[in-house]
Design a protein around this ligand. Structure first.
Ligand SMILES: C[S@@+](CC[C@H](N)C(=O)[O-])C[C@H]1O[C@@H](n2cnc3c(N)ncnc32)[C@H](O)[C@@H]1O
Length: 392
C-alpha cells in the first residue's frame, strides 16, 4: 500500500527548481501580505481597537513574553500575526520541502489529514495547502517515467489536505477564517477551542455515521480499527486520524507537558503509520530541554505495546532533517516580508495622527525600514518524529 510514497524524493529537486522558476513562494507571500495588510488596516481602524500605540507596545511582548499572552486582546493577535505569520508560513514550506527530499512527506490518495495544536493565525494551514497544490500542479505539467510515474498519477488527483485546529483564541480563529476565505481556502476546521480534556478517541466515537456505527461492535472486539476499515474501502472515512501533527511554539515550558499530558498523548496516538509529528520551537537550550522531555514522556512510551492500541507502533526520530535552521533575511521572499512590515508600520503611524516614532526600537529596524536587514541571525529548532510499525 505504501510503496508508491517511497519514491517521492526523486522529484524533489526538479520540484524545488520549478518552485524557484515560477516564483511560487514570492507570489504567495505577496498575496498573503496584501490580505494581511487589508485585515490589519481594517482591524486597526475600527472603534473596537482605537489605540494604535497598543499595537506597537505589543511588539516587544510578542518577541520576548509570548508564552505569557493569552491572545484575548485584538492587539496581541494583530501584533503576533503581523510579526510571525509570513515567516512561519515560509518555515513550514521549507520543512515540507525537507520532508519530501528525505522521503518522509506524508501522502495519501484520500488526502492527508493534519492537526495543528495551538495554531495561532494558522500559517501552517496556508503553507500546507500551497505546498500540496504546487505538487499537484507540478505533476500535471510534467511527464514522469519509471517508478515516479505511479506516484505522479496519484499526486495529480490529490484532494486538499484536511486541516484540523485546536486553538483557544477565537480572535485567531476569526482572523484565519477571514484571510483563508479571501485566499480561496475552505478546508479549515476548528475541532476544539481548548486542548484541555481533548480525547481524539472520543471524538471518533462521537462521529455519528451510520457505517461507522455498523462497524463499531467489530472495532470493540478486535481493537484494530485499520483492519476493520480496510473492508469497506472507499466507502468509509476514518475521522480524526492524522498524517501530520504540528506542535509549533505551543510547548513553551515543561509545565505544559505535564498539564496536557493525556491530551498530547491522545493526539500522538491518532497519527497514521508513516505520519509525522512536527515539533517547532526556538533554537535555544530551553527548547532543546523541552523537546527532550517531550520525547521521553510521549514517544518512547510507544515501545510499550500494552500502553497503546495494539498497532505495534513506534516513533522514530528523524535525524535526516537539520535540527537548527537559520532564517534568511536577505533574499527576495524576505524583502517581500520587510515591505509588508514597513507598509503596516507606516499605515499605523499615519492613521494615528500622532508622533509614534518613540516605538521605533533599534532592535527591530526592519519593521519600519524595508531596507534594513537584521544582522543578528535568527534560528529555530525543528524535530520530526515518524510513526512506524514495529518490525516483528
Ligand atoms: C505562541 S502561539 C503559537 C502559534 C502558532 N502555532 C505558531 O507557531 O506561530 C501559541 C498558541 O497556542 C494557543 N493556546 C494556548 N493555550 C491553549 C490551549 N489550552 N488550548 C488551545 N490553544 C491554546 C494560543 O492561543 C496561541 O495561539
Amino acid at each position: 500500500m505504501g510503496y508508491w510514497k517511497g519514491n517521492l524524493f526523486i522529484i524533489s529537486k526538479p520540484f524545488n527548481n520549478w518552485i524557484r522558476k515560477t516564483k511560487l513562494l514570492e507570489n504567495s507571500l505577496s498575496k498573503l501580505s496584501e490580505l494581511l495588510f487589508e485585515y490589519l488596516k481594517k482591524s486597526l481602524s475600527t472603534s473596537e481597537v482605537p489605540n494604535h500605540e497598543n499595537f506597537f507596545k505589543m511588539i516587544p511582548e510578542i518577541l520576548s513574553n509570548c508564552d505569557k499572552l493569552n491572545f484575548q486582546d485584538q492587539h496581541e493577535v494583530n501584533a503576533y500575526t503581523y510579526y510571525h505569520f509570513l515567516e512561519r508560513y515560509r518555515k513550514i514550506l521549507n520543512i515540507l520541502a525537507q520532508l519530501m527530499e528525505n522521503n518522509l512527506l506524508p501522502l495519501r490518495s484520500n488526502g492527508i489529514e493534519v492537526i495543528d495544536i495551538g495554531a495561532g493565525p494558522s500559517p501552517t494551514f496556508f503553507a500546507l495547502n500551497d505546498f500540496y497544490k504546487a505538487l499537484k500542479r507540478f505533476s500535471k505539467k510534467n511527464k514522469f517515467k519509471g517508478k515516479i510515474r505511479i506516484v505522479s498519477k496519484i499526486i495529480k488527483q490529490l484532494p486538499k489536505p484536511k486541516y484540523h485546529v485546536i486553538e483557544k483564541s477565537s480572535l485567531f480563529v476569526n482572523l484565519t477564517k477571514n484571510i483563508s476565505q479571501k485566499y480561496g481556502l475552505s478546508n479549515f476546521e476548528l475541532i476544539k477551542d481548548d486542548i484541555s480534556n481533548l480525547n481524539i478517541e472520543n471524538l471518533r466515537w462521537d462521529y455519528d455515521d451510520e457505517t461507522l456505527n455498523k462497524y463499531r461492535s467489530e472495532y470493540i472486539e478486535k481493537e484494530n480499527i485499520e483492519s476493520i476499515f480496510e473492508i469497506p474501502k472507499g466507502k468509509i472515512e476514518v475521522k480524526f486520524r492524522y498524517n501530520i501533527s504540528i506542535i509549533s511554539n505551543f510547548l513553551t515550558n515543561p509545565s505544559v507537558l505535564t498539564i496536557f499530558e493525556k491530551e498530547l498523548l491522545s493526539t500522538i496516538k491518532s497519527i497514521r503509520f508513516g505520519g509525522v509529528v512536527i515539533m517547532i520551537g526556538g533554537a535555544d537550550d530551553n527548547y532543546e530541554n523541552l523537546f527532550r522531555i517531550f520525547e521521553n514522556k510521549f514517544l518512547s512510551i510507544f515501545k510499550d505495546k500494552s500502553f497503546v492500541r495494539e498497532d505495534n507502533s513506534v516513533f522514530k526520530k528523524e535525524e535526516s532533517i537539520v535540527e537548527i535552521q537559520k532564517i534568511n533575511f536577505s533574499d527576495q521572499p524576505s524583502q517581500i516580508m520587510r515591505e509588508f512590515y514597513q507598509k503596516v508600520w507606516n499605515f499605523i503611524e499615519e492613521d494615528s495622527g500622532k508622533d509614534l516614532s518613540k516605538y521605533r526600537n533599534e532592535k527591530f529596524p526592519h519593521l519600519w525600514d524595508k531596507n534594513s536587514i537584521p544582522t543578528k541571525t535568527n534560528s529555530y529548532r525543528v524535530r520530526i518524529y515518524r510513526k512506524m510499525p514495529i518490525k516483528q
